[in-house]
Write a protein of this length. Structure first.
Length: 68
């Protein structure tokens, strides 16, 4: 899947969805178009994936489906 992005120098491009996190981390893009919401997401002001921060607590997700 390709996503429409706008770089910090205002150039536009289409990039693989799998590369979006890296572009955000490197602060190479200004915004990207989120088709599910039908709008542009601004990296500086909107919540984006991968920006949740560090969690130092115990792992709470199940390791195997159906395991409890």
């Amino acid at each position: 899947m390709f996503l429409h992005v706008q770089y910090r120098d205002y150039r536009h491009d289409f990039v693989q969805a799998r590369d979006l996190d890296r572009l955000i981390e490197l602060r190479q893009i200004k915004q990207f178009y989120r088709p599910s919401e039908g709008r542009w997401v601004d990296i500086a002001t909107d919540r984006v994936r991968g920006s949740g921060g560090y969690y130092g607590g115990p792992e709470r997700r199940r390791s195997q489906p159906g395991a409890m």
